[in-house]
Write a protein that binds this ligand. Structure first.
Ligand code: ATP
Ligand code: MG
Ligand code: FE
Length: 339
């Protein structure tokens, strides 16, 4: 089954053609980062307008790169939420219009469901597995028993890890978004030069907290005054080491508690090279296997929606034309009704 997938939950307009829920024939991503960077973060109103301008050309390009035409498409999959309501509505409206005009089945998928199933586009991973969704808006641990079968085990109580990367980058004057820059600078810095706190590491639960690390970075920067380039690299390295240690330790603990041998780490922060290294180093000794999507599938994309979309449509689930965007939507309520 050939599906056209559409994603517009935040600041990336994306479309993809996915075959049988496993094989992306194309994955086109138009990012708005440059537009929002001027404001130091995503401006919702601007995001909606950018999606509106980008969506048709992005869909055309996805069809072209897949070597197919709209006539070949057998169903539509769209991110229904969570995200910015105005941004989501662009994707949802376009998907509905296409579904109606072409008489095609339509399904709405949860954005985080897309992220945590994305490695299945590259290799088969048997259920159940533990998923760490770590991105700009989420730092959540889920038990994944199958597509549509998710149980939340832990979550951040304040900032998401990606948000912390972005805020720390901002206060170091490194621009927006900050994850990739901090990652690069951290690799040149000394992670032991400054020790930032590891919040919640020793708490007896699977929750996270990242706003405290950000505050201690801020206090450090304020008390030091103007930082040299080397000091900036050391702060980046120390900050990243703290975040990576907490993410790795709690995820491995969750897998142990749930008796799971397979772990998936997905979302924008899964691009982080320190996180990838640490998971690789710590999982083997415990007999666990960790899968990261390749970097192009870590950040926002539409191909990742194809996995759940294909499964739901095959099992008879259909969204009607009154499908609406859901800006706040817990993942454990994501599975659609299946006929
Ligand atoms: P959500 O998926 O929760 O709705 P989102 O879609 O905005 O949020 P993504 O696009 O999945 O988030 O990820 C973006 C985040 O990933 C940003 O916060 C960015 O700084 C972070 N990020 C990207 N690359 C890296 C990296 N190499 N290291 C750390 N963080 C990174
Ligand atoms: Mg984004
Ligand atoms: Fe995302």
């Amino acid at each position: 089954m050939l599906l056209l997938c559409i994603e517009s939950s935040c600041d990336e307009t994306a479309a993809a053609v996915v075959r049988d829920g496993r094989e992306p024939l194309s994955s086109v991503i138009a990012t708005q980062i440059d537009v929002h960077a001027r404001y130091g973060g995503v401006v919702p109103e601007i995001a909606s307008r950018q999606h509106l301008e980008a969506i048709s050309p992005v869909i055309d390009q996805a069809l072209e790169e897949a070597g197919c035409r709209l006539d070949d498409i057998e169903g539509l999959v769209v991110t229904r939420g969570p995200g910015l309501v105005g941004a989501l509505l662009i994707g949802v409206s376009v998907a509905k219009a296409l579904a109606w005009s072409r008489r095609l089945p339509l399904i709405g998928v949860h954005h985080i469901e897309g992220h945590i199933l994305s490695p299945l586009l590259e290799r088969e991973i048997a259920f159940p597995y533990l998923a760490l969704a770590v991105s700009g808006g989420h730092t959540h641990l889920y038990r994944v028993d199958g597509i549509g079968r998710y149980r939340i085990l832990g979550r951040t109580l304040d900032d998401a890890a990606g948000e912390a990367f972005d805020k720390v980058a901002k206060l170091l004057g490194l621009g927006y978004p900050g994850g990739a820059v901090i990652d690069r600078l951290a690799s040149e810095g000394d992670p032991r030069a400054i020790r930032f706190p590891r919040p919640m590491l020793n708490r007896d639960n699977l929750d996270f907290s990242f706003s405290g690390i950000k505050t201690s970075v801020m206090n450090h920067v304020r008390s030091t005054g103007a930082l040299s380039e080397r000091q900036v690299r050391d702060v980046a390295a120390g900050f990243q080491a703290a975040v990576v240690e907490v993410l790795t330790a709690k995820t491995l603990r969750a897998a142990e508690e749930e008796n799971l041998e397979r772990i998936v780490v997905a979302g924008g922060v899964a691009c982080n090279s320190g996180l990838r290294r640490r998971f690789a180093a710590e999982s083997g000794a415990r007999g666990m296997r960790v899968d990261f999507p390749s970097p192009a599938l870590c950040g926002d994309n539409a191909a990742m929606l194809g996995v759940a979309g294909d499964y739901y449509l095959r099992n008879g689930a259909r969204a009607s034309l009154d499908l609406n965007a859901v800006p706040v939507w817990p993942l454990d309520q994501a599975a659609p009704m299946m006929a």
